[in-house]
Ligand binder design. Structure first.
Ligand SMILES: Nc1ncnc2c1ncn2[C@@H]1O[C@H](COP(=O)(O)OP(=O)(O)OP(=O)(O)O)[C@@H](O)[C@H]1O
Ligand SMILES: [Mg+2]
Length: 295
């Protein structure tokens, strides 16, 4: 069985997608792991970090994106014959074992989902709408992954910054979550709020899966120099008091312009500039990731 890991933070722009794609690439390229990246964010950043907009447009035209799979769960239709396997783009960036289920700019219509679940609640035995909704959230991403979970060592889910239906469903389908963050006081508050929310998801899942949804660790994105760098180091001291060693990755990721520039080439920095400081950090972080998981 593959391990499922979500990259989450309710804050935007903290490096979730960058971490997802670089970690996935290092796992496949340097460690020979079979990795599947799933883009659950309608900003499609993970998708466009592994394939060009031109390639994505072709795939989308054929309707081969995550949106098809979500639609199939929301509105089951026997004519929809394609499965999760059919959506997978193998060996992205020419790396064997680095597969992708591309996201979509339109993933689901909140109104249609609410309407459907409301219908289910009034027509079925379950009169409690909240329960119907919670159950739907718990199974949506799980059902999508189920046919391929044995084919991979790791499935890494790139979540949107908001704590929306898909983020919750992705986390609920995960064994672990990874939390990239900047060492800023409000960011630390955000981490604690997110942990509380995930604790709720975990509680409703515990009866079925006692090993579900553990924090694998917080990965800090650091700014090396100047006053900001000094301030971040101060906050890091506070972090070490507030969080246990197991909750933190020892390796952090430095700010490096090459990481930002790689986005222009639709490839992770570990492929475009393997000798940059950002790339070297992702390589070391991946080793720590493997040690933490004992895989
Ligand atoms: N270590 C880094 N050095 C320099 N730039 C970085 C680094 N990490 C991320 N970036 C840049 O910061 C921006 C935000 O990163 P990213 O898209 O990974 O964040 P995110 O948390 O996924 O954002 P969102 O919340 O919108 O999904 C991107 O332009 C990315 O290239
Ligand atoms: Mg992102």
């Amino acid at each position: 069985m593959g391990l499922v890991i979500s990259t989450v933070n309710m804050k935007g722009g903290v490096g979730k997608t960058t971490l997802t794609v670089n970690l996935a690439t290092c796992l496949a390229k340097n460690h020979g792991k079979r990795v599947l990246v799933i883009d659950l964010d309608s900003q499609i950043s993970a998708t466009l970090s592994l394939m060009s907009p031109h390639e994505f447009a072709k795939v989308r035209k054929k309707g081969r994106t995550l949106s098809y799979l979500i639609d199939k769960v929301v509105k089951p239709n026997p004519r929809k014959k394609l499965t999760t396997k059919d959506m997978i783009i193998p060996s992205t960036c020419n790396i064997t074992g680095l597969d992708l289920i591309p996201g979509d700019i339109e993933l689901y219509d909140e109104y249609v989902v609410s309407e459907l679940l409301h219908q289910q609640a009034i027509s079925g035995n379950e009169s409690d709408f909240e329960k119907v909704w919670d159950n739907f959230e718990r199974v949506l991403v799980k059902e999508i992954l189920e046919p391929v979970v044995t084919e991979y060592d790791l499935i890494i889910i790139d979540c949107a910054p908001s704590y929306n239906l898909l983020t919750r469903s992705g986390i609920a389908a995960s064994n672990y979550y990874l939390l990239p963050a900047r060492p800023e006081p409000l960011s630390l508050v955000g981490i604690q709020l997110l942990e509380r929310r995930i604790a709720k998801l975990r509680a409703s899942d515990r009866a079925i899966n006692p090993m579900s949804i553990q924090l694998l660790g917080i990965v800090f994105i650091l700014s090396g120099g100047g006053l900001l760098g000094r301030y971040y180091r101060q906050v890091m001291r506070r972090v070490k008091e507030d969080f246990s060693a197991e909750q933190l990755f020892q390796n952090s990721v430095p700010m490096d312009v090459n990481v930002a520039k790689a986005v222009d080439m639709f490839m992770p920095v570990v492929l475009t500039m393997p000798n940059s400081s950002g790339s070297r950090a992702f390589v070391k972080l991946t080793q720590e990731f493997i040690e933490k998981l004992k895989i």
